[in-house]
Design a protein around this ligand. Sequence first.
Ligand code: FES
Length: 127
Amino acid sequence: PLVEFLNFEVLEDHGWALEDDDLFEKAADANLRSSDFGRFYVDPNDTLLEAAEKNGFAWPFACRGGACTNCAVAVVEGEMPSPASHILPPDLTEKGIRLSCIAAPVSDDARIVYNLKHLPEVSELLL
Ligand code: FES
């Protein structure tokens, strides 16, 4: 899968929202740093977090086992499974929030906002 990614902190800085239809188009026009907005491929068998790291990006994590939510991302486009054994409550998974340490997109293309640990609903779960 080819992942296009955006840093959640950029949304906060620009007053954008996860629900904005043209979020990634606005990001493409905003002259962002390569660590805040870009693309990479995810190799088969890698988690999204591992793929980000292989491509030189330092995305947040702590437990690497689905237990802490530090690695949370929002799937804005595409499909990414949500394995059963993790700490995220159903209302967050229904909104497309996933843990990058235990899964990766399965669709050919995906748009992912990382650094979701700064979203209030996620930060209150942080361990
Ligand atoms: Fe802890 Fe992913 S790093 S849930």
